[in-house]
Design a protein around this ligand. Structure first.
Ligand SMILES: *[C@@H]1O[C@H](CO)[C@@H](O)[C@H](O)[C@H]1NC(C)=O
Ligand SMILES: *[C@@H]1O[C@H](CO)[C@@H](O)[C@H](O)[C@H]1NC(C)=O
Ligand SMILES: *[C@@H]1O[C@H](CO)[C@@H](O)[C@H](O)[C@H]1NC(C)=O
Length: 606
């Protein structure tokens, strides 16, 4: 072999170094610290690429091409925005990966982040486990958070818009069921769900810095910042009138706890504080959340949240962008008219109405979260997590949560003559009511009637009549009756209600049944309702809240396989004109006070 002259070797070496350097990018190196990766990537980005990162669009208008063309940073499934009815988890994974491939084909290959509402389980997805709603105050929040995270990952999604840490101060609010309690202390304790969703934060973590344990966890979003549960008369998205001290002591503390637990994102509330829209509140978003609480994750708007800064919504989108981005919102849930948002923001930055430093702050935060959660290293999902969706283990956990969330409000005429637990063996029992055998009212899964049939002794005859007349009840010799009534399903503004009466035919079913047979009334409601007028007729009363898919948990406790242990996370009022009335108020005259709940012992031989 001929010997090459030395200079040839040197030349070859220089070329090799240059080639390697062209390949090596700090931001693509997982061994580099996150701060260096963010800085490196930000320095490579054009204004167009930065604004794309700040844009979140709904899956309905998303495609690989749109993601690529506009450098879109995030895609979401809005409520009910699903690939197809009863879509399989494989379909979900393929859809998310399809969008991701668009993002990975951009110049800088920045992966997009897919987000979805998963507030009591993975509730948009067919066959997912639905846990009791937050009002039911489960004792096992961290485990429920971890299970929800697995089910969300099963569909290829790494980001859940949960938990809702609203402190609902007035049950007339249609979203009161999304709130854990009227008491800020309880809501603070429930931020454990952040650790369930994102994983446990290591002890040496820096306060305020987003954290995500790994691929079995999901990015969380504490919402809705701030004061969403304090609006006048519980009107959805309305005005929270409170002093700064009132706001900070009731509605803010759970944000502090969530940030300590490493929550990666915070979603802004549609509501106003003392007349100022939260989506335009720079003092609270930038001043308090980012500067005082030192939150280092990103702030996301709610759906069309900046549009609603003006009244009517979208009346002046230029103003909305200035006010919303200027207030400190980092990612905008646009979600449809992305070109209008991108063009608007671009021109506002170019014309110096919004400083470049604000854009860089937003993109730094978004990239920090994406690096922290390992999205650059694991942008694509596979099918390996599908087995977790609606798994037996999660259903058992949900059933346990149902048992623990039931609150026993009345049990017989006196403590020495309890009606519950019911005997499993009886000749004939009546199950009645609009909510006994209706998975729509209950939110899917096993109905309460099915649970009762599975629990009683095989010789016990179970008669079901949704709305029996009093003659039918009298003429049959029932040992006892179980009446399951409550509110119809609702969400958001549709749930606002100023009378909180038990909807018809609930009251007449109670009267017809309880007049002639010993009866247990089980309420399926998202909040306390007017029950005082019927209380004397009712022998035993159970608040079951919104139990989700595992209705069997109700029968588990009614028939004594487990005891009642749940306590009220809300004050149960006598009449609506008492509202708002919360624990700690000067004038406090409830039907059942906050923290109330009778107990029973499990029965071994029943
Ligand atoms: C609150 O609701 C009232 C009545 O619908 C409405 O006129 C008002 O604009 C709302 N306030 C806010 C801040 O949304
Ligand atoms: C919209 O808002 C911008 C920014 O505040 C303002 O300059 C403009 O006059 C407004 N347009 C209308 C039609 O009110
Ligand atoms: C109570 O309010 C709800 C919601 O506004 C309404 O649909 C219902 O008819 C009202 N019920 C009564 C008895 O007024």
């Amino acid at each position: 072999m001929a010997k090459a002259p030395l200079f040839i070797w040197i030349l070859a070496y220089i070329c090799w170094i240059a080639a390697a350097n062209a390949e090596y990018k700090i931001y693509q190196d997982p061994k580099q610290p996150t701060s260096k990766r963010v800085k490196d990537l930000l320095s490579r980005m054009t204004l167009e690429e930065k604004i794309g990162q700040m844009t979140q669009i709904d899956r309905l208008v998303a495609s690989a091409d749109v993601l690529k063309k506009y450098n879109i940073g995030s895609v979401l499934s809005g409520g009910g925005s699903i690939p197809s009815p009863k879509a399989s988890p494989e379909t979900w994974v393929d859809m998310v990966n399809g969008f991701q491939k668009g993002s990975l084909s951009t110049r800088l290959k920045i992966p997009m982040l897919y987000g979805i509402d998963a507030v009591h389980g993975h509730n948009n997805v067919y066959k997912a486990t639905i846990f009791p709603h937050n009002v039911g105050l489960g004792a096992s929040r961290q485990r429920i958070g971890a299970a929800t995270a697995l089910e969300v990952r099963a569909t290829g999604i790494p980001y859940a818009f949960a938990p809702c840490i609203a402190v609902c101060r007035d049950p007339r609010w249609g979203r009161c069921y999304e709130s854990y309690s009227e008491d800020p202390k309880v809501v603070r304790a429930m931020t454990e769900i952040v650790s369930g969703l994102q994983g446990d934060i290591p002890a040496n973590s820096r306060k305020g810095v987003p954290f995500l344990a790994g691929q079995k966890n999901v990015l969380a979003s504490a919402k809705h910042f701030v004061g969403d549960g304090g609006t006048t008369k519980g009107m959805n998205e309305n005005n929270t009138v409170a002093s700064r001290h009132g706001l900070l002591s009731i509605h803010m503390p759970a944000y502090h706890d969530s940030i300590i637990k490493g929550v990666g994102t915070v979603m802004v509330s549609y509501s106003s504080w003392n007349g100022v829209k939260m989506h335009a509140n720079r003092d609270l978003i930038t001043g308090y959340l980012k500067n005082t609480l030192r939150f280092r994750g990103f702030v996301i708007s709610d759906w069309e949240g900046i549009d609603r800064i003006t009244s009517p919504p979208h009346a002046n989108y230029t103003y909305s962008i200035i006010a919303g981005v200027g207030a400190g919102i980092d990612m905008i849930m646009v979600p449809y008219k992305y070109a209008e948002f991108i063009d608007g923001l671009t021109s506002l930055v170019k014309n110096k109405f919004i400083p470049m430093s604000r854009i860089d702050d937003a993109v730094t935060r978004i990239l920090r979260v994406k690096f922290t959660m390992g999205l650059f290293e694991h942008p694509l999902a596979d099918y390996s997590m599908i087995k977790h969706l609606g798994s037996q283990e999660h259903r058992e956990l949900a059933r346990e949560a149902v048992r623990k969330t039931l609150v026993l409000l009345k049990n017989g005429e006196s403590a020495d003559k309890p009606l519950l637990p019911l005997p499993k063996k009886a000749s004939k029992i009546l199950v009645a009511g609009t909510h006994a055998d209706n998975i729509g009212n209950q939110c899917g899964g096993t109905t309460i009637l099915t649970g009762i049939k599975k629990t009683v002794h095989p010789q016990t005859e179970v008669v079901f009549s949704e709305n029996p007349d009093s003659g039918f009840v009298k003429s049959n010799k029932f040992s006892h009756a179980i009446v399951v009534v409550g509110e119809p399903p609702y969400s958001e503004t549709f749930g606002d209600n100023t009378n909180l009466t038990l909807p018809d035919p609930g009251p007449s079913i109670i009267t017809n049944v309880c007049a002639s047979v010993k009866c247990v009334v089980v309420l399926i409601t998202g909040r306390p309702v007017v029950i005082q007028p019927y209380l004397a007729q009712i022998d035993a009363l159970v608040a079951a809240w919104l139990p989700g898919t595992e209705g069997q948990g109700v029968a588990d406790v009614l028939f004594g396989d487990y005891g009642f242990t749940g306590k009220l996370s809300r004050t149960w009022f006598k009449t609506v004109d008492q509202l708002p009335m919360n624990v700690g108020d000067k004038h406090y005259d409830p039907l059942f006070p906050f923290g109330f709940g009778l107990t029973t012992k499990p029965v071994t031989a029943n």
